[in-house]
Design a protein around this ligand. Structure first.
Ligand SMILES: [Zn+2]
Length: 443
């Protein structure tokens, strides 16, 4: 064995053929051979160590081992981009944003075209909202501007920085989190108040039906993603010409949508950091980051897997979901210019004791929320996206919204979810922010 690349190829092919878990003993054997070999150069050893570190890291397993591997790989070769990537995301999850950026920048020197690294770096620049950082990172990103995803993002940065702030007469609130974090439930509670309107996943308002996943109109001629109230007909609140207009010119996206509401406070459920910052880079809204314990978040996703068959319920699916959880919430914890306008809301605590949270939430919404309507089905107006089915069913059955606590998960999957190291690191960081948001000293 002289060449690390040929071995890496072999490991990748075996992962594809026999699966990640089955291939592990082969990988471990090869790694031990490499480490004990005197005939291999330090670069070859570093490559293999870095590769194994990143492979383990991406599967959220053997976390401690993979950090050790990454550090050893860097000792042998300080430019090892895989090892740098592992350390970059490790820093990110533990809240060391400076370390995150510097590892990313170092890694990008070796792999300037990596979309994963560039996107991470751009998210950090955007959160800091400092033109010089954005410019620096843009010039790195520009090396790869032929990539569709990235050039879209580049376009956003070049047109939106710096961006004029205009007066906002409506009060805008964003519900952020991951899928199944409880935003539908919370949205219903909010919209049960006269002065609050909820628009669900409003990024779908400017989306063509051909681009919208998970939902189809019966009328296949419909150009735009369907509104759950209006169904196959043109949405009365957001007619096609308005939707075309904000599609072509998304500047002040949320403000324009809010202006079509009669309510003073408008709540959006776009949830995803990349989407909300793409549509509003300066985040001109109050933000409620809603989160559950990792295993409860996975339970909710598991429960809905029939309607949204993301993957089969295997150990890998737990870790894949919790990787999304970890990445998304790490992004949502990035320090940004509107830090005083953002609160973290722990779902389990909120459900157990809603009245403790209502004063702060009232303040965030600038609306006097009434604890007595908690759990009732609010009139969610014209809404778009993943919650449409839930909304429709509740409307049809005139039912109360149920708290989702009863899902039974196979024990193997439950243990895997509870033991996911980085998801727990991120969860604990959010619990601290939650305690700060609601001035709760201890739990
Ligand atoms: Zn509609």
């Amino acid at each position: 064995m002289k060449n690390a690349n040929s071995l890496i190829k072999e490991i990748n092919a075996n992962d594809q053929k026999i699966g990640y878990e089955q291939n592990n003993s082969f990988v471990k054997r090869k790694l031990e051979q490499a480490l004990s070999s005197n005939t291999l150069s330090s670069n070859v050893q570093s490559s293999l160590l870095g590769f194994v570190a990143l492979r383990e890291f991406d599967h959220c397993s053997e976390t401690k081992n993979c950090l050790d591997f990454a550090k050893k790989a860097l000792e042998l070769n300080p430019k090892n981009w895989r090892a740098l990537t592992v350390l970059a995301f490790n820093s990110f999850y533990t809240g060391d944003i400076e370390g995150h950026s510097s590892y990313l920048e170092e890694a990008l020197k070796s792999v300037p075209n990596s979309i994963r690294l560039l996107n991470a770096l751009l998210n950090v620049s955007l959160a800091h909202n400092q033109p010089q950082i954005i410019q620096k990172h843009l010039s790195m990103a520009a090396l790869n501007n032929n990539t569709k995803k990235l050039s879209k993002k580049l376009e956003l940065y070049s047109t939106d920085t710096p961006r004029e702030l205009t007066k906002i007469d409506k009060h805008l609130v964003m519900l952020s989190g991951v899928s199944h974090c409880g935003s539908t439930y919370l949205g219903h509670f909010f919209s049960a108040h006269d002065d609050v309107e909820c628009f669900g996943e409003s990024h779908r308002i400017s989306m063509y039906s051909s681009e919208a996943r998970g939902e189809k109109t019966q009328n296949s001629n419909s150009k735009f993603a369907p509104c759950h109230s209006c169904g196959d007909t043109e949405c009365k609140q957001f007619p096609d010409n308005f939707r075309e207009e904000i599609r072509n010119n998304p500047e002040h996206y949320y403000k324009k949508i809010a202006q079509r509401s009669s309510a003073q406070t408008v709540v959006f459920g776009d949830k995803n950091y990349s989407i909300t910052r793409k549509l509003d880079p300066k985040a001109n809204f109050n933000e409620i980051v809603l989160f559950k314990k990792p295993e409860n978040a996975y339970k909710s996703q598991y429960k809905h897997r029939k309607t949204q068959p993301i993957d089969t319920p295997s150990l890998r699916s737990v870790n894949a979901y919790l990787r999304v959880y970890t990445d998304s919430y790490s992004n949502l914890m990035l320090p940004h210019c509107n830090d005083n306008k953002r609160i973290f809301l722990n779902w389990e605590s909120f459900i157990a004791n809603p009245e403790v949270h209502i004063p702060k939430l009232s303040h965030m919404l600038q609306s006097k929320l009434d604890g007595n309507v908690f759990g009732s089905f609010g009139l969610i107006g014209h809404s778009f996206g993943g919650n449409a089915d839930v909304n429709r069913d509740h409307k049809r059955n005139n039912s109360k919204i149920k708290k989702d606590t009863s899902t039974i998960l196979p024990e193997k999957l439950l243990l895997e979810a509870q033991n996911n190291y980085y998801a727990m690191v991120v969860y604990r960081r959010m619990m601290k922010l939650y305690q700060k948001s609601f001035a709760i000293d201890s739990l």
